[in-house]
Design a protein around this ligand. Structure first.
Ligand SMILES: CC(C)(COP(=O)(O)OP(=O)(O)OC[C@H]1O[C@@H](n2cnc3c(N)ncnc32)[C@H](O)[C@@H]1OP(=O)(O)O)[C@@H](O)C(=O)NCCC(=O)NCCS
Length: 258
């Protein structure tokens, strides 16, 4: 049932990843606004390179089951430079304890808000149901960080079914520890000092991870105190951290074959 077919949409070319795309993946992952929303650590060039290679291998590891996560390359010159890879979209066999395949997407930030994830997502879902006999697919989203992603999933037809504990769907201890290191790095990174929204996202992500049993609360609170610009900002960061620490759950959305 292996699928190798490229998919063309009106503006995009979705195709399998190759290792020659590592630079493009690295560029996408080097942006904390992207990497804080996923399980990754791109805090140094070496870690970013390693994360890019790991992600490409992971995205290509499902093709024998008939699906995978494709590179999104530009097709329409009105959107960007044809051939340039600006994101990923597709289905991976990772849906937590339910074992449902999960739709994934990530777009380089200079292409956000142009309908790229939505256009690629529709094509990936059609292809998934045509290429497999699977009854459904899911999405599990860090909604406190990522209302955009919930919006995309709902536009793609997925609906919220329940909430799942972060520890039950997130990959192993090692990846969660790595993502916590990245969240702590993000709280103090230069972009976060210019944009408190990023800091708040990083604090919420840290709460989810610590709430799932990795790391300790004092360590995060010290980082929040060190980097907060003033008492108002500290209160916002602590509120974001505490809310996910106390309720480390995420919405589980799903779409059934029609
Ligand atoms: C979440 C994410 C993938 C969304 O990607 P995106 O390409 O910006 O999403 P879209 O453009 O399809 O949709 C976003 C907005 O653009 C709007 N849009 C859709 N088509 C458009 C078009 N042709 N032109 C302009 N805007 C458009 C959508 O209506 C939507 O607006 P809304 O949120 O106000 O409803 C992106 O923010 C991202 O990569 N985030 C980091 C990684 C991540 O979070 N991945 C998901 C983990 S669960």
């Amino acid at each position: 049932m292996a699928t190798t077919t490229d998919i063309k949409t009106s503006r995009l070319h979705l195709r399998r990843w190759s290792h020659t795309d590592a630079d493009a993946m690295e560029r996408i992952l080097s942006d904390p606004y992207v990497s804080i929303c996923i399980m990754s650590d791109s805090s140094t060039p070496a870690k970013c390179r390693a994360a890019a290679k790991r992600r490409i291998d992971w995205f290509n590891s499902y093709w024998d089951a008939g699906y995978g996560v494709r590179a999104i390359a530009i097709k329409d010159s009105a959107l960007g430079t044809p051939g340039e890879v600006v994101g990923w979209c597709g289905v991976a066999g990772y849906g937590g304890s339910q074992g449902e395949a999960e739709i994934l997407y990530g777009i380089r930030r200079d292409f956000w808000g142009k309908g790229v994830a939505t256009e690629a997502g529709h094509a990936a879902i059609d292809d998934f149901f045509q290429s497999t006999k699977e009854a459904s697919l899911c999405a599990i989203i860090f909604e406190q960080l990522n209302a955009n992603s919930v919006g995309v999933a709902e536009r793609l037809g997925l609906t919220k079914r329940r909430r799942v504990h972060f520890a039950d769907f997130s990959p192993g201890h090692e990846l969660r520890a790595l993502a916590l290191d990245y969240a702590l790095w993000c709280i103090g990174c230069p972009q976060a000092h210019e944009d408190q929204k990023l800091m708040v996202c990083a604090a919420a992500k840290a709460g989810l991870i610590v709430g799932s049993g990795i790391g300790d609360t004092d360590h995060v609170r010290v980082a929040l105190r060190r980097h907060a610009q003033d008492s108002d900002s500290l209160a916002k960061l602590e509120a974001a951290f505490s809310s996910t620490l106390e309720d480390p759950t995420c919405p589980y959305l799903s779409l059934s074959r029609t």
